[in-house]
Design a protein around this ligand. Structure first.
Ligand code: ADP
Ligand code: ZN
Ligand code: ZN
Length: 798
């Protein structure tokens, strides 16, 4: 008898191990690990993932049968099954949550399955296809014998399975045309067609170039091959009309093909070193540390090309794709249709299509954000994490994984190198490189030795005495200068840890959220005050609820206000604004970037989303309006974050042959993060910050764990957290530091009270065991609505 080991979809400690179910006789040998099934669980049926198949079970009683199949082929590869097991332990989460995280959104919710076959399979199996090329699996109520047959055909790749998302149930079939002529006949047709029949000629040339490809009607229309030409082509027998399943194309615009660039010496060494590791199949982690504009991206592209050349695939992660369309464009122009893209701004349908292309082996290069680390790529030859220091690589919800760790795990599994790239590596990565755990590769010079921009720090304490504008005199002078020279300007408002709220000028009253301990944020577009934590909204008051003064108004500077002021001061400048409000619509982010790139505007202003990865040759001035707001964040990484941000945004200036300038406005001109960002001296920053971390016993000298507990009663939260801290102090060695419990920076969110404990440690053999015990205890009791979460290596202590 065959037995399936199933992780059921019930996220609890008790169900975190597989349950055994017997496989019905007619399905034996057809069920594979990685498929989802329905199984009886107590009185109900639940979905679960098959994680293994065995012929014996530890379980002594009578095993229950599997009820039915959810998938007809595995949706999780053996590699990802193993990864989920490791990840659950590493992140103190449930294996089922890890498995769900790996699937594209659409497959976690409602979908229907369609079976697709070519004509011969269709005709050979009328009991499945009834003469159609496509049948709806879920409506057919196939008997078990037919299901077994379907599985067999699926495994032999004779049947394709497509998941149709409920709201995408419209079949995405489109008219397309394929070539019918032999190469010779094509040649003859090309020379035979009249010179004036431009569109006909174009069509023939396209057929000649890609004789096996199906061209969509919409595609042909775009290049001027319209209905009448297609009609002629059909009549002459040049093409045949077919229906093809259209992939929802996540790429907005076609790109031009690009060729590898000639590398400079530093780049060549970097590529060669990485290529060697790819070939030797070693899972080395490289840290590519290169100043902004040193040509890291070209190194990534050529190393990826090498992986493809030897028959492998490549995975490249970027912090936020919508923020870096230029990088995506460069990758697509090099690798064309082999690229699949995965990011959060895509619809479920688009993501599913891309996932399908990766899973089937069609896409060989994956570019994506954090979750793309779970792409079902096989035979990976290289994993790249660009801007490896970026905070978005850490997932803050369950499962709280750090992408870097997952990347290293997959590299070990695939025997391939990992490349971490940054101008400002995280201290953790740099420290590992110094210890020889990572292999450090540096690109110390800008490409073509373009000078780094000249940075001036403006002390706003002095400035404010005689100037009430958001723009300092220095900055305003340089803006005027660039406008005259027809060069471009980027202005950045640092909004990390900064919110725009309203305050009564007479009594100082600031409206607070009724459910949370935080002030409400002003939203000008909706004319409301919103809570960013619980979603509470209320109208903006016109009189102070406390003292009835009418002088209650907006406090702090928003990008909208900055735009108004810039336009007032420079009425002839063409200004573009990029922030959450102007980029909500799909594609609008790209549109702004393209417009600025085409020099259709003089000034691009916005929040830190303009700091990353943009490369505009005409930009020669960058202004940072308030460097401090990230500095005053109550977090031990605030200096690191500020240094990164300033270095990144400065790197936007003077990328081509014109030297760039940067103005940094700050109230803390002497802070080391600002002084060292001025000279882009990462080395010195690293040394200074490491001393600070050493003194404070922070990472990378110590590992950290954050335990957060919450309940509707503050007293209860505090009590339970004290019990946990006591338990930890009793079970860990004296070398471990257990801090707290303390209320979180925002203690109350949505009427629940949050406390936290921080553990700092170097070596604690009993740590994992103790934390597992805590989780199990608190979960089995689930007492009085008290919940805990454990974050391994949190990115903030707030
Ligand atoms: P980084 O990613 O390190 O910030 P980029 O890869 O964006 O740097 O390179 C900076 C600029 O130098 C880009 O405009 C890029 O096209 C150019 N560049 C990089 N490498 C080469 C090369 N080998 N030949 C020509 N131009 C290059
Ligand atoms: Zn008031
Ligand atoms: Zn709230």
């Amino acid at each position: 008898m065959q037995i399936a080991e199933v992780i059921v979809d019930i996220p609890t400690r008790q169900t975190n191990n597989p349950y055994s179910y017997s496989i019905p006789e007619n399905l034996s040998d057809q069920i594979q690990p990685g498929m989802r099934v329905q199984v009886p669980f107590g009185p109900r049926k639940v979905t679960g993932f098959v994680v293994g198949i065995t012929d014996h079970s530890e379980f002594n009683g009578q095993l229950k049968n599997l009820s039915s199949l959810v998938d007809l082929s595995p949706v999780v590869t053996p590699e990802l099954l193993a990864l989920s097991h490791w990840m659950a332990a590493r992140t103190f989460s449930f294996e089922i949550n890890c498995l769900q995280t790996m699937l594209p959104g659409g497959m976690r919710t409602k979908f229907r399955k369609k079976l697709l076959a070519n004509d011969s399979v269709r005709d050979a199996y009328p009991q499945i296809f009834h003469g159609e090329n496509e049948v709806d699996y879920d409506r057919q109520h196939f008997d078990s014998r037919t299901i077994a047959l379907i599985l067999k055909l699926r495994r032999a790749d004779k049947i394709q399975v497509h998941y149709e998302l409920a709201h995408h149930s419209k079949p995405l079939l489109m008219k397309a045309y394929t070539n019918q002529l032999s190469a010779k006949a094509l040649q003859a047709a090309i020379s035979g067609v009249s010179k004036r029949a431009i569109a006909q000629r174009r069509l023939l040339l396209m057929l000649h170039e890609q004789p096996t490809r199906a061209f969509l009607r919409t595609e042909l229309a775009q290049v001027g091959v319209g209905r009448s030409v297609i009609k002629t082509a059909l009549e002459k027998g040049w093409v045949k009309q077919t229906n093809v399943r259209r992939n929802r194309n996540p790429f907005f615009q076609p790109v031009k093909k690009s060729l590898p660039l000639d590398l400079n010496d530093d780049q060549r060494v970097a590529v060669k070193t990485i290529d060697q590791a790819i070939e030797q199949q070693t899972d080395t982690t490289f840290l590519v540390e290169g100043v902004t504009g040193s040509g890291k991206t070209e190194v990534y592209l050529q190393a990826m090309a090498h992986a493809l050349k030897i028959g492998k695939t490549a995975l490249m992660l970027v912090p936020e794709i919508t923020l870096t369309p230029q990088i995506v464009g460069r990758i697509r122009s090099r690798f064309g249709d082999q690229v699949a893209m995965l990011h959060s701004a895509m619809s479920n349908g688009e993501r599913y299509d891309e996932w399908q292309r990766i899973s089937s082996g069609q896409a060989k290069v994956v570019v994506g954000v954090r979750s793309a680390i779970f792409a079902p790529l096989k035979n990976i030859g290289l994993i790249i994490m660009d801007e490896e220091h970026d905070g978005s690589y850490k997932q803050t919800d369950d499962p709280r994984y750090q992408t870097r760790d997952v990347a290293k795990w997959r590299a070990a599994y695939n025997h391939c190198p990992v490349v971490l790239g940054s101008a400002t590596p995280s201290l953790e990565s740099r420290a590992r490189a110094m210890k020889g755990v990572y292999h450090l590769i540096t690109l110390p010079h800008r490409f073509n030795n373009h000078a780094l921009p000249h940075v001036t720090v403006v002390d706003m304490k002095r400035e404010i005495a005689h100037n009430h504008s958001i723009l300092s005199k220095e900055l305003a002078t340089l803006i005027a200068d660039r406008l005259v020279k027809k060069e471009q300007i980027i202005l950045m408002l640092n909004r990390r840890g900064y919110s725009s709220f309203i305050m009564c000028r007479d009594c100082g009253y600031v409206p607070q959220c009724p459910n949370c301990d935080i002030s409400l944020t002003m939203h000008k577009d909706t004319q409301t005050l919103n809570c960013h934590y619980c979603g509470h909204r209320e109208p903006i008051p016109t009189v102070c609820p406390k003292c009835h003064s009418k002088r209650i108004r907006h406090y702090g500077v928003g990008s909208q206000q900055l735009e108004e002021q810039v336009k007032e001061q420079f009425p002839n400048a063409r200004v573009l604004r990029m922030d959450v409000d102007t980029t909500r619509k799909k594609g609008s982010h790209e549109a702004i970037i393209n417009q600025f790139g085409a020099h259709k505007a003089d000034i691009l202003l916005g929040t830190q989303m303009i700091a990353k990865g943009l490369d505009f040759p005409d930009v020669t001035l960058v202004g940072v309006l308030n460097a401090d707001s990230s500095l005053q964040f109550p977090d031990f990484r605030s200096s690191e974050r500020t240094f990164e941000l300033l270095t990144q945004v400065s790197g936007r200036s003077g990328r081509a042959d014109k030297t760039g300038e940067v103005i940094v406005q700050t109230f803390n001109p002497d802070h080391y993060a600002i002084q060292l960002a001025k000279t882009q001296d990462y080395e010195k920053f690293y040394q200074t910050e490491m001393r600070v971390r050493h003194l404070g016993k922070y990472p990378p000298y110590y590992y950290t764990i954050k335990i957060t507990g919450n309940s509707p009663s503050e007293k209860q939260t505090a009590y339970e957290m004290h019990q946990i801290a006591k338990y930890l102090r009793n079970h860990l060695t004296d070398a471990a530091i257990v801090l707290g419990p303390t209320p979180k920076t925002i203690k109350r969110i949505d009427n629940r009270y949050y406390y936290q404990i921080i553990i700092k440690y170097r070596k604690e053999p009993a740590l994992t065991q103790s934390l597992d015990t805590i989780l199990t205890n608190y979960q089995s009791k689930q007492r009085h609505d008290f919940y805990i979460a454990i974050d391994n290596e949190p990115l903030d202590f707030m």
